[in-house]
Design a binder for this molecule. Structure first.
Ligand SMILES: Cc1cc2nc3c(=O)[nH]c(=O)nc-3n(C[C@H](O)[C@H](O)[C@H](O)COP(=O)(O)OP(=O)(O)OC[C@H]3O[C@@H](n4cnc5c(N)ncnc54)[C@H](O)[C@@H]3O)c2cc1C
Length: 400
């Protein structure tokens, strides 16, 4: 394991930092989070800016328009963009981090030519139609049915928790094509154009007040067979290919933001009044904050270790699961501390007076979703128990 940056990597950092300084003044303010057309325009514009400067698809292979960056360069890219407060990947998330990398490995030359440039330029937004009401952690139980009819699949069923479905142009979707085969073997990976007739997208409002999630009702949606990625009934394997692209960098931006949040908690403690002084006067609270900061440092070291391992072996291993479990737990505790500091002000999602109530309350609520998305904490515990600690496999549980 080598956690040092090489001269070339530092050079990459310097160039990127200079570039960010030159372009960020023109980016403009972040749009209101409920203004979806403005958000789409903002995210697409930033992706186009990255693309034109050669920073789009930073870890994608060069042959497909990416930069071919190593996991460490990718880490530097995320560090620098977060440090400079550059826009986040936003609604290009699924295209750039899930669908695109999967197409790079599994798609036909025609599919690659048709879709990859649009993802890299930020022209096309993708969503992910995997989860269903009875298929989340146990994804392979999915029931959304696709029946072959000539050159089309006819798809009917329901998807849920589909982030950005209401703005997406395409959906990477898992459907059941064989109801008799064992559950992992009857699944197919399809590209669904979101303007196909028969798709009913219904936004869901979250506790945070946002409408990023949707339900999708599919009623005999015709999807050309030429939109199938991989073989029929081989979709589970194709879906797993996507996961193999994760090289330990998935939570880097979040981690850096959490470090900032921790500093903001200390500021907040100095502002809120308690019995004639401020919360900062409380030694126990300062100790708690110090502990959180130390845990964040430790998790940053674990991130670097995971990335070092990924650079060497190509895979993150169970270190990624340990990280996600510990990190989401830490965010819950940071959120709880923020709410205690805010006291009654924590009942508001908007800022109250001088206090940055909104960010902290939203951060607490957001922490709940972090321990569900991309594998719940319980599922992470199962994986750590089985793969790292050598415990017996849970009976009846088939996560693939
Ligand atoms: C922010 C966010 C974004 C998302 N975006 C998308 C998206 O774009 N597309 C998409 O398809 N999905 C998306 N999801 C859905 C996500 O993948 C699922 O919520 C997740 O897989 C959990 O599934 P579930 O909600 O059905 O819960 P369930 O799997 O029903 O779990 C319910 C509870 O049971 C526990 N549990 C389940 N199985 C076990 C077990 N074997 N052992 C112990 N405990 C267990 C879970 O930990 C959880 O506490 C998103 C979710 C979130 C929070």
């Amino acid at each position: 394991m080598d956690l040092r940056y090489t001269d070339e990597e530092e050079q990459f950092r310097t160039e990127l930092r200079a570039w960010l300084e030159s372009v960020l003044p023109d980016v403009g303010p972040t749009p209101d989070r409920s203004d979806w057309p403005a958000r789409r325009a903002y995210d697409s514009r930033w992706q186009r800016t990255l693309h034109d400067a050669g920073y789009a698809g930073i870890n994608w292979p060069r042959d497909y328009g990416g930069r071919g960056a190593s996991p460490t360069e990718h880490l530097i890219f995320l560090e620098e963009t977060e440090r400079a407060r550059a826009p986040y990947v936003g609604m290009n998330f699924v295209g750039l981090l899930h669908a695109g990398p999967t197409l790079v490995v599994e798609a036909t030359p025609e599919q690659k030519e048709h879709h990859l440039p649009g993802i890299l330029r930020g022209d096309h937004i993708w969503c992910q139609g995997f989860s269903e009401p009875s298929a989340g952690s146990d994804l392979a139980s999915l029931r959304c049915r696709a029946v072959r009819d000539g050159d089309d699949y006819v798809v009917s069923g329901q998807k849920i928790w589909t982030s950005f479905a209401h703005v997406a142009d395409y959906c990477e979707m898992l459907v059941r094509t064989d109801t008799d085969a064992p559950k992992h073997r009857g699944i197919t990976w399809l590209i669904m154009p979101m303007d196909a007739p028969g798709i009913d997208v219904r936004p869901l409002r979250t506790m945070e007040g946002s409408t990023e999630f949707c339900e999708m009702y599919l009623d005999e949606v015709r999807i050309p067979v030429s939109n199938r990625v991989g073989n029929e009934n081989d979709g589970w394997r194709v879906a797993m290919v996507t996961l193999s692209f994760e090289r330990g960098t998935a939570f880097v931006s979040e981690m850096l933001d959490s470090m900032e949040l921790c500093r903001e908690l200390a500021e907040l403690a100095r502002k809120v009044t308690r019995r004639g002084g401020t919360a900062w006067d409380d030694l126990g609270l300062r100790r708690e904050l110090g502990m959180l900061a130390a845990e964040l440092d430790a998790l940053w070291a674990l991130t670097r270790r995971n990335i070092s391992e990924a650079t060497r072996t190509g895979l993150v291993g169970a270190g990624g699961n340990v990280f996600k479990l510990a990190y989401t737990d830490l965010r819950h505790r940071m959120g709880d501390l923020a709410l205690r500091l805010l006291d009654r002000a924590s009942l508001s999602l908007d800022d109250i007076g001088e206090l940055p109530t909104g960010r902290h309350v939203q951060g607490r609520i957001h922490a709940l979703s972090m321990s569900i998305a991309a594998g719940t904490s319980q599922v992470q515990k199962n994986i750590v128990a089985e793969r790292l600690l050598g415990q017996p496999k849970e009976r009846g549980w088939t996560s693939g």
